[in-house]
Design a protein around this ligand. Structure first.
Ligand code: ATP
Length: 311
């Protein structure tokens, strides 16, 4: 991959969210009191279904208005009301939504050209930009084929290309690696690392290993709130001494899964090896293991009853 685009703006981007909230019709808060200062680099967002990740990202993509709180871009408050709310952000952001759709009859060049026009790029700069992005996303071999015939991974790469059309300082990616195979995911991680030099990248995913490999800063969300923020290593380290490997007879597995928070299972000749998350050893035969980000995530988002028991 080559010709990485760089934002032209001189001042490094910063995005500050202060007590941001979103209340949906019916009164339900999909996001509550969310505060964070985001700077260039990759910030990963982890959270179970319904945690509020898309609610947050859609708001930052200016597709929905905040019900509470403030957004500041480079220290300046972004007006969050009125017809032109979010204009300042809109000009600087690229967004890949979770449900990214394409016009199946268009090819990649035509589709990106159409979106470039909608974003206000001149035909000349759009053409040069699209050529760069086709090369960057490794789409040369299929750029003139109709998108309807693309694999999920190829379509996702077109989605990433469209998010980069305006050389954004803020790149918002909602589940970008869905549909990518292992090699494509590895290539995508490299691309993100290159792009993150001088822009803020917000990356929401359920694939914990993608964040472990790319994001230096991780926001964990649950129930519409920010519940933890740190590096992957620090989040995992906080669980030191609370992760156990314990091999049990196959017949006991179901009962033990009801009793303990089991982060993983591995079939062994002697029985099933459970990976148990608990402040105390589940059994005298259990031995301590190195915690990882997935353990930290499962622990932070464990059901309330289990949290009360552990307290
Ligand atoms: N338009 C809407 N109207 C009412 N409630 C909504 C709306 N959109 C989302 N919600 C609710 O807000 C909460 C947060 O949803 P959101 O889609 O942001 O979660 P998420 O973390 O992105 O989940 P997923 O991983 O499943 O995409 C959920 O309880 C959801 O049902």
């Amino acid at each position: 991959m080559s010709a990485t685009p760089t934002p032209s703006q001189q001042c490094p981007p910063s995005l500050e969210l202060k007590g941001l909230g979103k209340q949906y019709a019916g009164g339900f808060w999909g996001l509550r009191e969310f505060s964070a200062l985001l700077q260039p680099g990759i910030t990963g967002i982890l959270g179970p279904n319904g945690a509020g990740k898309s609610t947050l990202l859609r708001m930052l993509a200016t597709l929905s208005t905040p019900s509470a709180g403030e957004i500041c871009w480079k220290g300046e408050r972004v007006p969050t009301g009125g017809l032109h709310w979010g204009q300042v952000l809109r000009e600087r952001l690229g967004y890949l939504p979770q449900d990214f759709g394409v016009y199946p009859q268009l090819n990649a060049i035509e589709f990106l050209g159409y979106l470039a026009a909608a974003k206000g790029l001149s035909p000349r700069s759009a053409r040069a930009r699209i050529d760069d992005l086709i090369a960057l996303l490794n789409l040369q071999h299929c750029a003139k084929q109709a998108l309807g015939g693309y694999s999920g991974g190829m379509r996702q790469r077109v989605g990433i290309a469209q998010a980069l059309l305006n050389d954004p300082e803020l790149l918002i990616l909602d589940e970008p690696t869905i549909g990518l195979d292992l090699a494509e995911r590895a290539a995508f991680r490299h691309l993100l690392a290159e792009l993150a030099q001088d822009r803020i990248i917000l990356l929401s995913t359920h694939i914990v290993s993608d964040l472990e490999a790319t994001a230096e800063d991780i926001l964990m969300m649950a129930g519409g709130r920010l519940i933890a923020r740190d590096s992957a290593d620090s989040l995992a380290f906080a669980l030191q001494g609370q992760v156990w490997l314990w091999t049990v007879p196959f017949k006991d597995v179901e009962a033990l899964r009801q009793r303990w928070l089991v982060a993983g299972m591995l079939k062994r000749p002697q029985g099933m090896q459970l990976r148990v998350l608990s402040p105390v050893a589940p059994h005298i035969d259990a031995r301590a293991a190195e915690p990882n980000l997935e353990d930290a995530y499962l622990w932070a988002t464990r059901p309330r009853a289990a949290q009360a028991e552990a307290a």
